[in-house]
Design a protein. Structure first.
Length: 326
């Protein structure tokens, strides 16, 4: 009888162990993790995804790959991730634009909801936007630029950005309103075209990602007058923030990871911890700073709050611009 009881207990323990192992297996290796990027290879979001994947692969002990699904300004990637299985194996790497800008600029046209269709995973980094001018512009400071633009807005009141509907586009709208300026937006097809225009004097000013104008500043073809971060940009320590100059303007654009809605909390937690561990790694942290990024490493709850804040932040300037995406 004792032997029979022992056998039954052993069988029960063995069954429990097998069930535990089966439940724990996905936490150890649930297949390949895909990080979907809505931009082509070489874009900042792509570069960030690749250095992140390299580190996360070691932490998760499973393969992590990056897939580029470029198109529609990043919207195609968002749609793909929305429709992906919520099993913890698919992530979206995206800038703030697709999640907090497009719901306003493409109102009624999006095939995804940034809050309902995605689970926040990790806030990875911020990056700076700022206002620059070409070297032919006589203004050396933001105050001088405002005075110069006001003096003849039909001639001096033009600013470029790398794309219509972008954060730099709408930040220019916010700045113009704060400064009492009449500025006309001149959209270009990409960063390179916009930089060529301001460097060659085709347009006097540019609202831009700060890191993108560095080569022109170094070459003496442009000046960065102010940045829109809460603190100065590490790459431009001598350039003041708009707040320092009396403008209550903070843009705070970012890159972050999201998973499909319905992804199990345990899977989200595991992926989030792996991503935050990567951002905290000193070597990777330095690589991001060298890319012109400001590493953050914030968890799902904080990312969700930031998303909602930015959805509210960008609505007014986008509506004020009258912009309607195609």
């Amino acid at each position: 009888m004792t032997t029979a009881l022992t056998r039954r207990r052993f069988a029960a323990l063995a069954g429990a162990a097998l069930a535990l192992a089966a439940g724990a297996a996905p936490a150890q290796d649930s297949g390949t993790v895909r990080i979907i990027v809505g931009y082509p290879a070489g874009a900042t979001s792509d570069s960030l995804a690749r250095v992140l994947a390299e580190h996360m692969q070691r932490t998760l002990k499973q393969t992590v790959i990056v897939e580029n699904k470029a198109g529609a300004g990043g919207r195609i990637a968002n749609e793909l991730v929305k429709a992906a299985p919520a099993d913890g194996n698919t992530l979206l790497m995206t800038p703030v634009a697709t999640m907090a800008i497009f719901p306003h600029s493409y109102a009624g046209q999006l095939r995804y909801d940034p809050v309902k269709d995605f689970a926040p995973v990790a806030h990875l980094s911020n990056f700076q936007v700022g206002l620059g001018v070409g070297s032919a512009v006589p203004a050396k400071t933001l105050a001088e630029y405002v005075a110069w633009a006001k003096a003849d807005p039909t001639k001096n009141g033009f600013y470029a950005s790398a794309a219509p509907g972008s954060i730099p586009h709408f930040f220019g709208v916010m700045f113009a309103k704060s400064a009492g300026l009449t500025l006309t937006h001149v959209p270009y097809k990409g960063t390179a075209a916009a930089m060529t225009a301001v460097g060659g004097g085709e347009v006097s000013a540019i609202s831009t990602v700060a890191a993108d104008i560095r080569s022109l500043v170094t070459a003496g073809k442009a000046r960065l007058l102010a940045v829109a971060g809460e603190q100065r940009d590490a790459g431009f320590p001598d350039v003041p923030t708009f707040r320092e100059l009396g403008y209550d303007l903070v843009a705070r654009p970012w890159y972050a990871l999201f998973a499909p809605a319905g992804t199990p909390p345990a899977a989200v937690d595991r992926l989030s911890k792996a991503a935050m561990a990567a951002i905290a790694d000193p070597a990777l942290h330095k690589r991001l700073v060298d890319m012109g990024l400001e590493p953050t490493g914030l968890g799902p709850e904080r990312l969700g709050a930031i998303l909602k804040e930015d959805l509210e932040r960008w609505g007014p300037p986008i509506r004020a611009s009258g912009f309607k995406g195609d």
